[in-house]
Design a protein around this ligand. Structure first.
Ligand SMILES: Cc1cc2nc3c(=O)[nH]c(=O)nc-3n(C[C@H](O)[C@H](O)[C@H](O)COP(=O)(O)O)c2cc1C
Length: 236
């Protein structure tokens, strides 16, 4: 499947394992890059280091959606869930994404604000793993971002009660069509009260660089209680 080929008629064809057997994942082996990562050339803060690697991913490696990250949450009983979400902003205050506050992740984070963000930059043999605490962004910040979204996405945020069970696709399309009639293109769409941002304040950020013979580099910034960061190297 090509990267720009998200919607294809192939989805409608029943999968025939005899015609196109799935490859055996155990036989897939890649040697990772030899270039290393050393504490002496890390940036002073994990956000600055993230900015360097994010630039590499976006500008040098031209990765498809390098801002796509796996967000893992856990409910009050500690039961985990993961899903992909787009990073929309980052700076020294943290990493911001937008979602529906009534979704599963929204409910998990209301009960338990501890969260993990994983950036899987496989083609570069890199990953970044952030552990931190999520808090809702202010309404002004949410509104400012909402206004930058395409009109259709703004309506989509109203049409979808994210993570709830629905009867059919038709119901969703009908809800969208109703909203489209009420707020035609050019008309300002109000910010849904159940929609907004989460800012994740990092407590630990690990930079993982694949190396030869599975002797990878893992350097983690750990927040010190007194402020500042300690860097530790972990065995691969
Ligand atoms: C590439 C990609 C980007 C996504 N970006 C977002 C996003 O920014 N916000 C969001 O709420 N869901 C996003 N989703 C959908 C989520 O993965 C997920 O299905 C949805 O948020 C509901 O998750 P939940 O039921 O665990 O809360 C994205 C999915 C993919 C595959």
């Amino acid at each position: 499947m090509r990267q720009d080929d998200h919607v294809s008629d192939r989805d409608a064809v029943p999968y025939d394992p005899a015609a196109e057997p799935a490859p055996d994942p155990a036989s897939m082996r890649k040697q990772y890059r030899a270039e290393g990562l050393d504490a002496s050339n890390l940036a002073a803060t994990p956000v600055e280091q993230f900015a360097r690697w994010f630039r590499d991913a976006a500008v040098e490696a031209h990765l498809f959606e390098p801002n796509a990250m796996v967000v893992s949450t856990a409910d009050a009983e500690g039961r985990p869930s993961s899903r992909t979400v787009l990073l929309k902003q980052f700076d020294e205050r943290g990493f911001v994404f937008y979602t529906n506050y009534d979704s599963r992740k929204g409910r998990d984070l209301a009960e338990n604000p501890h969260v993990s963000l994983l950036f899987p930059w496989h083609p570069m043999a890199r990953q970044v793993v952030v552990r931190g605490v999520a808090a809702r962004t202010g309404r002004d910040e949410t509104a400012a971002y909402f206004r930058t979204r395409p009109h259709g996405s703004q309506l989509g945020a109203w049409a979808s009660a994210q993570s709830t069970v629905i009867a059919s696709r038709e119901g969703l399309d009908a809800a969208y069509a109703e909203l489209e009639a009420r707020y035609p293109e050019g008309e300002q769409v109000p910010v849904p009260p159940h929609w907004g941002g989460f800012r994740v304040t990092p407590e630990r950020v690990e930079f993982w660089q694949g190396r030869l013979n599975r002797l990878h580099d893992r350097l983690a910034y750990v927040a010190e209680p007194t402020g500042g960061w300690r860097v530790e190297r972990l065995s691969p």
